[in-house]
Write a protein that binds this ligand. Structure first.
Ligand code: PFF
Length: 523
């Protein structure tokens, strides 16, 4: 017979754990605050009503983001496993959902590392403004050596080197484990990131023309509120930005001590992430205001997001701004730190799933996951065609991966397994935010319906017009096939049996001791 405390101590020793709630919160913020906050949110807000966007954004945060975060925290914290193990303990039939998320995370890690590697190179380039007078020509030409869309195996040494550096750092962090690797990375990087980014915002606000950038961002266009596309954008942004639907939050909360206030933690994470998003909006648009003024054009002409914002607009700003090198360094170093902690979180989903299923050592599981991932990443993306494949994968995995698995998992948990009441009770045991019937209504009905309508819109859009005009065969392989593959592989993986020592069936130990293993033997 073992008591729950003894069982927990053994599980912690085996799987790893965060040393406390503070580390968990920092790691969760580290995952949530990523490129999405810095290069995606500002433009999405600007493009969808400016100041008026705050309303759909807050509605999406409160009706979908935080409630779904509660759901993932409850699953991981109650069932105390990686995403597949938590789903398997919830109900054997839902295990495939966890592996589907693992597949999505693997895919994301493959290409997200590439962007972090580019940002790392650009951090160094900032010092001398190595991109010269034409950052656009430099990025696609000298730096990426991008040809026409297609697939080539011509390596670009500069990109390859940075990518190797990123992967070596990732392998080291992942091998160090949950507390000394994953936790420690966020404990160091997140405070530094906040200080660096705040310094960037202060610098940006002092640039001439900053005010016109802020005007462009915040000027409310109230009529946008009548447009369903604006609401869809808000829900899409919240999901991506909070890192929900990836299985990350399930995995991280499985490393948190049992008697922890999970709902209060979710509020801290959700609000910090949105706070950072707002800060990024201010910094990015202040800088874009300066860029527009310097070029003598309206802010709308230079406003952009993603790769164009980071690797073309920002270098242009650095070239022209007083103390431009400082702005460049702060901006690109922020991208690296924000991206790296998010990358660690997606890899942890995969490493922890492999560890739970096969009970390998941390180092073995890390190598098993990171070596193929790093190979795909370097072979696939340090070539002259990498940028197009990356763009397509990112677009499709976000929509027909993350959003889809989120909808399906809510429907399964709420309507097939009917687990929401027990998850609610779990949250209420130590939670500081009381969870009542409203949560069940949101998670079972409102959020899935809202997300399903976002998905239908997206599906319509890609069917109507090939994404960004790429050739159909590329969209088919790197878009549809990739998204389908992770789902199919996920459900196939769920058929691999658990080891007999892993207690899967009937795992519902709130206070009572775990007394037997899967084979019914006393522990
Ligand atoms: N919340 C992250 C972001 O805003 O960038 C989303 C994310 C993307 C997390 C990619 C992890 C990741 F690897």
């Amino acid at each position: 017979m073992t008591t729950t405390a003894e069982h927990d101590a053994a599980a912690e020793a085996r799987r790893g754990a965060f040393s406390g709630r503070r580390v968990f919160i920092l790691a969760a913020i580290g995952s949530a605050v990523g490129l999405g906050n810095i290069w995606r949110f500002p433009y999405v807000a600007y493009d969808n009503g400016g100041g008026a966007f705050i309303l759909p954004y807050l509605v999406a945060l409160l009706t979908a983001g935080i409630p779904f975060l509660f759901l993932e925290y409850a699953l991981g914290h109650k069932y105390r496993g990686s995403s597949p193990l938590s789903f398997a303990r919830l109900s054997r039939r839902s295990e495939g959902l966890g592996w589907w998320q693992v597949g999505i995370c693997f895919m994301i890690a493959v290409y997200y590392a590439v962007v972090v590697a580019w940002a790392l190179s650009y951090t160094v380039f900032s010092v001398t403004q190595a991109w010269g007078d034409d950052p656009n020509a430099f990025f696609f030409g000298d730096f990426l050596q991008a040809g026409d869309p297609g697939v080539t195996l011509e390596f670009v040494p500069g990109v390859l080197l940075a990518l190797v550096v990123v992967w070596v750092a990732l392998v080291a962090v992942m091998a160090l484990g949950v507390s000394r690797g994953v936790g420690a990375t966020s404990v160091v990087f997140i405070p530094v990131l906040i200080v660096a980014f705040a310094a960037l915002v202060v610098q940006a606000l002092r640039l001439p023309g900053a005010a016109s950038g802020l005007d462009a961002l915040f000027a409310p266009n109230w009529s946008a509120l009548g447009d369903p596309a604006v609401w869809a954008a808000a829900y899409g942004q919240i999901f991506f930005s909070l890192s929900i639907g990836f299985g990350i939050m399930i995995t991280y909360s499985s490393y948190v001590h049992r008697r922890t206030d999970m709902t209060g933690s979710a509020m801290v994470v959700g609000l910090s992430n949105s706070g950072f998003e707002l800060l990024a909006g201010i910094g990015v648009f202040a800088a874009l205001g300066f860029m527009a003024q310097a070029a003598g054009v309206a802010v709308g002409e230079v406003a952009t997001s993603g790769i164009g914002l980071a690797f073309i607009a920002f270098p242009t700003i650095v070239n022209e701004a007083p103390a431009g090198a400082v702005i460049g360094l702060l901006f690109f170093a922020s991208l690296v730190m924000a991206g790296f902690t998010s990358l660690v979180s997606v890899l942890e989903v995969v490493v922890s799933a492999v560890r739970d299923k096969f009970e390998t050592s941390r180092v073995r599981a890390t190598l098993l996951v990171t070596i193929p991932c790093a190979l795909f990443s370097t072979v696939g993306f340090s070539t002259t065609s990498g940028v197009y494949v990356l763009d397509i994968l990112d677009h499709f995995i976000n929509r027909f991966g993350i959003l889809l698995v989120a909808v399906v998992s809510m429907v399964v948990v709420a309507w097939v397994v009917r687990a929401l009441p027990r998850l609610r009770d779990h949250l209420n045991r130590d939670g500081s935010v009381p969870v009542r019937g409203w949560w069940i209504v949101l998670v079972s009905t409102v959020t899935p319906l809202a997300l399903a309508s976002v998905l239908v819109r997206e599906l319509w859009a890609v069917l109507e017009e090939p994404y960004e005009g790429y050739p159909q065969w590329m969209l088919l392989i790197f878009g549809w096939l990739a998204a389908a593959l992770v789902a199919v592989a996920g459900f196939a993986f769920a058929r691999v049996p658990w080891r007999p020592e892993t207690r899967v069936d009937g795992y519902d130990d709130e206070d009572d001791a775990v007394t037997s293993d899967a084979a019914g033997r006393d522990l």
